[in-house]
Design a protein around this ligand. Structure first.
Ligand code: C5P
Length: 288
């Protein structure tokens, strides 16, 4: 059995540039890996084909799971029939949370399969395979701080964030990503992130500038109930001393950036009383 950790991603910004012919959207996002992680194991299977097992019994157990689908795509790319394998996932990243939990597991399976074959494929090739599995998978294969454009596959690595604490808080409801895309594409987007200002903050290592430029256009497509909960969590983080707060991906996880660990811990303690899925994390560097 070989193992690898699969880190969650957050969006420091998310902007939608336009709708494409294929139904997908062109995006401009600043992504960041954080220390909240799943553990993914790969071993020879005792059953035929690709099996997936996890500590959450509602997750798909075969190629319906992105981790299983990525294994199938890996062998398709090599023009080989899939081997009998068992993928075991210890899930810590909340599901349907805007944290790319499924995509990061899929990316990790690609790394593990490549490692098992003594790394015949480059990162770029793995990213090409990953894109067939999901738009966030190419980013998850590299991790760290990056600008993602196109559907998410045009990636520019950025300098690491300055040391800081990133608090994540997921309310109990889920938001459907395709539904949120469809709602927002019927609206005029009134407010957009200052991506250039955010990138300048990252290049100069200014935590305050980074935190204050965080912005996600999807927050304009939430229903009143979702909007109320998200803004309550954001305000709570800001009251506890977060330098900035925003929603990640298609939500509903809210993130807050703190430079002071004690303030971040107080916010974590308080939010955890109401929201069990609250996690204090730090930024994680990528492979590039
Ligand atoms: O690629 P992934 O499966 O993560 O995307 C989930 C859904 O989000 C897609 O089916 C699509 O509706 C929407 N999406 C999009 N444009 C993107 C990424 C995702 O419209 N760039």
């Amino acid at each position: 059995m070989i193992y690898q950790e699969a880190f969650a991603k957050i969006n420091l910004s998310l902007d939608i540039i336009g709708k494409r012919e294929d139904g997908y959207h062109d995006l401009k996002m600043v992504m960041q890996s954080v220390s909240l992680r799943d553990k993914v194991g790969l071993s020879k299977g005792t059953q035929e084909g690709i099996s997936v097992r996890s500590n959450l019994d509602f997750l798909p157990t075969g190629e319906g799971n992105l981790a299983g689908k990525s294994a199938r795509e890996f062998w398709n790319y090599l023009n080989l029939p899939p081997e009998d394998i068992l993928i075991e996932i210890e899930k810590k990243i909340p599901v349907s949370a805007g944290l790319a939990g499924g995509s990061t597991d899929a990316a990790t399976v690609l790394h593990l399969l490549n490692q098992a074959l003594t790394s015949p494929l480059s990162l770029a090739e793995l990213q090409k395979i990953g894109l067939k599995v999901g738009a966030d998978v190419p980013y998850c294969l590299m991790g760290g701080t990056a600008l993602a454009e196109g559907v998410g596959e045009i990636l520019t690595p950025l300098p690491d964030l300055p040391p800081c604490f990133i608090l994540l808080c997921k309310p109990s409801f889920s938001i459907s990503t395709p539904k949120l895309f469809s709602i927002i594409s019927q609206k005029r987007i009134r407010f957009r992130p200052d991506t250039a200002g955010l990138l300048a903050g990252i290049h100069s290592g200014d935590t305050e500038q980074i935190a204050q430029r965080m912005f996600n256009v999807f927050e304009q497509a939430l229903n009143p109930h979702q909007e109320k909960t998200i803004s309550e969590i954001k305000n709570s983080m800001l009251d506890y001393g977060a330098l900035g707060s925003s929603m990640s991906g298609s939500g509903p996880t809210v993130l807050g950036i703190f430079s002071d660990e004690d303030k971040a811990k107080s916010a974590e303690y308080s939010l955890k009383e109401q929201y069990a899925e609250t996690f204090l994390t730090v930024p994680v560097s990528g492979v590039c």
